[in-house]
Write a protein that binds this ligand. Structure first.
Ligand SMILES: NC(=O)c1ccc[n+]([C@@H]2O[C@H](COP(=O)([O-])OP(=O)(O)OC[C@H]3O[C@@H](n4cnc5c(N)ncnc54)[C@H](OP(=O)(O)O)[C@@H]3O)[C@@H](O)[C@H]2O)c1
Length: 327
């Protein structure tokens, strides 16, 4: 099969190679997926770039955790009836060397989730990281039903799903964006109010939009940049659910945090507890089956252009960047 891989970290065009690799045989408990698409997330790009450390845990890494395709083989213990099933996958390249930037991937059967018939393989490449992150951010710790919620970066891959899940849960959603185009994306996802974070004072606008009360939850894409605004926008006993940060170290203003009883919640989708993941997968599946979700697809690239796909993510592409593996 054709696969993309790297054997050291560095710039995409220095370290990514596309070449033939053997097709794996699924081990006991595994399925093999003939992939149609592979989703490229900021995390994949950061890992390849060495942001999480230059030493590789394996000599060769086939990147990308997300993707979608059709099961074409199963290992011992997996019902043969799964062969032919359309699926999307999660954590394909987390704690494992071989992800979805390849024509086939083998992984544990529960990491291949049925993809409803009317959902495209391109959309299915957005679920493992963006959709599950958004679902968990909205529903964790009692969720957002009936609450005012601020979703920052609402036109991003995660933010766009977070707006939709929060609306579906019955929240009133205030969304931050940088441009008119992104305002249109967040509005189409269902955001009730739009704040242009680069030219408006976010905390002042949120307070004005909530009669001075503030929001109950901030779903935060960049905690390092936005922490003061988030603290200003939150009501007492509110929480900041931070899934992203533009800087690795953050100074937390103690006084406004303690005076408002603020709860800080950090999580990484790779490490969702099994019960939380099952809840998120079930919630996402219900939304897909009900046809409730808009997907936010960005540019698509064939596997041999994987360097361009990584560079598009680094350049801030709008929507999920997808690598296609079949015509
Ligand atoms: N913890 C987890 O499990 C988890 C899961 C998924 C993603 N992440 C992280 O979350 C971040 C976003 O991921 P993504 O896939 O959604 O990326 P994305 O599709 O590039 O979206 C990021 C969005 O945030 C906006 N943005 C950037 N800086 C901002 C700021 N300071 N304030 C408000 N908005 C800002 C961007 O647009 P503008 O720059 O035009 O505003 C863009 O629309 C990445 O750092 C990623 O690594 C973490």
């Amino acid at each position: 099969m054709q696969a993309a891989f790297y054997e050291k970290t560095g710039a995409a065009r220095s370290v990514l190679t596309v070449a033939a690799m053997p097709v794996q045989i699924p081990a006991a408990g595994e399925v093999r997926v003939k992939l149609a698409t592979s989703g490229v997330n900021p995390s994949d790009v950061k890992m390849r770039g060495g942001l999480r450390g230059g030493d590789l845990p394996w000599p060769r890494i086939v990147p990308h955790s997300d993707g979608a395709g059709v099961i074409d083989a199963v290992g011992d213990g997996v019902p043969a009836g799964r062969i032919g099933e359309r699926v999307w996958v999660w954590n394909a390249c987390w704690g494992r060397p071989y992800g979805t930037a390849a024509e086939y991937v083998c992984l544990p059967s529960n990491q291949a989730v049925p993809l409803p018939a009317d959902v495209s393989f391109a959309a299915g490449a957005c679920f493992g990281i963006p959709a599950l992150t958004a679902w968990h951010a909205v529903h964790m710790d009692g969720g957002c039903a009936g609450k005012e919620v601020l979703v920052t970066g609402a036109a991003g891959a995660v933010g766009h799903y977070a707006v939709q899940f929060a609306k579906a849960a019955g929240a009133h959603v205030i969304a931050t964006v940088s441009t008119d185009d992104k305002a249109a994306i967040a509005g189409a996802a269902g955001a009730d109010e739009i704040v242009f974070y680069r030219r408006e004072d976010v905390a002042d606008r949120v307070l004005a939009l909530t009669d001075g009360a503030g929001v109950a939850r901030v779903i935060e894409v960049d905690l390092a940049a936005n922490l003061p605004a988030a603290l200003g926008a939150l009501r007492a006993d509110g929480d900041i659910v931070a899934y992203g940060s533009g800087a690795l170290d953050i100074q937390v203003p103690f006084l406004p945090s303690v005076l408002k009883n603020i709860c800080y919640r950090f999580f990484i989708v790779y490490h969702l507890a099994p019960a939380d993941r099952a809840r998120a997968v079930a919630g996402l599946t219900r939304a897909l089956e009900a046809g409730l979700l808009r997907h936010h697809l960005g540019p698509a690239f064939p596997l041999h252009d994987i360097v361009a796909a990584h560079e598009a993510v680094e350049a801030g592409a709008i929507g999920n960047v997808v690598v296609t593996l079949q015509d």
